[in-house]
Design a protein around this ligand. Structure first.
Ligand code: BTN
Length: 327
């Protein structure tokens, strides 16, 4: 952790002034080094009050993303052990996959303020404007059979749900397998990609896109998408959301790794599943039909009742809609 992150964490953690002298002694750095970092933070938009003989106090925390800001909110000892931040990149998933190919260790988090080639599921693009949303990707190397990797998508949706509840106070539901929905519209999408051999995973990347401070959504998706700001009427701190999602992701991922299935998460997931016990439309490549959604099983498959028989639907092969539209 560099000195900027340390100073930022000290300022965030204090309710009063933090003395410059204390910072120097604690971190073994010069006064000039601290002063430089304070100026750097100010130039990035942090409002810091400096008073002679008292020290520094953070008076306003704007919605800023930077490597230091993200590091300052990542839970210590958790799943994330490295943060890679881009002001702009093609796609955090593409970057994470390249890092995976280069041998980067398990537990890296890639974040961008803007993506110019954001990817959605089924080859769609994911519009990723600057300064508004969260674009984050975990690089993981779980020692699990490749067929189990899709379960990580399911638990990621739970992590986003919990993070949005904790930081923004928004109650969301989940549209199986991986959309997080509020007020009947999508607030988050998740794209999991994997590199694997027959029996061994090389790496998995879990990309999460959350609409946070968008004042409105683009015309073509305004009926089906919403942001945290539109729901709460106030600006939200993207870094706080990232930190909370990392915390919850770690907790659910730990549960998953302890059983290698979703048995410890299933009940909670089904509680928040949109259309639970209701009629849905299952859209497969060659056919589509109506069935009653019964929730996920231990493997994350959606169980549906069709003409009195129970079937398990796999996430890769279908799209599920409520019978009246997006949800
Ligand atoms: C979907 O809803 O279709 C999935 C959207 C996934 C978007 C996220 S944003 C961060 C990561 N990088 C990408 O290019 N895509 C995912």
């Amino acid at each position: 952790m560099d000195i900027k992150t340390r100073v930022l964490m000290e300022l965030k953690g204090a309710d009063s002034y933090v003395s410059g002298q204390d910072l120097c002694e604690r971190w073994g750095v010069s006064r000039t080094a601290v002063w430089k970092v304070i100026n750097q933070l100010k130039s990035e938009g942090y409002e810091i009050d400096s008073v002679t003989n008292k020290g520094y106090k953070l008076t306003k925390l704007p919605d800023i993303l930077s490597k230091s800001e993200i590091e300052s909110v990542i839970p210590a000892g958790g799943i994330v052990n490295k943060v890679i931040y881009f002001d702009e990149t093609d796609s955090t998933n593409t970057r994470a996959k390249l890092f995976g190919e280069e041998g980067m260790a398990d537990g890296a988090l890639v974040v961008a303020d803007c993506q110019n080639m954001g990817k959605g599921r089924r080859g769609k693009s994911f519009t990723s404007p600057r300064g508004q949303s969260v674009y984050m990707t975990f690089l993981l190397r779980p020692d699990i059979p490749p067929v189990r990797a899709s379960m990580i998508t399911i638990l990621s949706a739970m992590a986003v749900r919990s993070g949005l509840r904790e930081i923004c106070g928004i109650d969301t539901l989940i549209k199986w397998p991986n959309d997080v929905v509020a007020d009947g519209k999508k607030i988050c999408g998740i794209l999991t990609e994997m590199s694997a051999e027959l029996t061994k995973i090389n790496y998995v990347v879990v990309g999460i896109g959350i609409n946070v401070n968008n004042k409105k959504m683009p015309k073509d998706i305004e009926n089906v998408a919403v942001s945290a700001r539109m729901l709460t009427g106030r600006e939200q701190g993207r870094s706080l959301i990232i930190g909370s999602v990392c915390k919850w992701f770690g907790a659910y991922y730990h549960k998953f790794l302890s059983t290698l299935d979703l048995s410890l998460i299933k009940e909670e997931y089904n509680k928040y599943l949109i259309n639970y016990n209701k009629e849905v439309e299952i859209v497969k490549e060659k056919e589509s039909y109506r069935a009653k959604s019964l929730g996920i099983d231990d493997e994350g498959r959606l169980l549906v009742e069709r003409e009195g028989k129970i079937e398990a639907v796999l996430s890769g092969e279908v799209s599920v809609r409520g019978v009246y539209g997006y949800v």
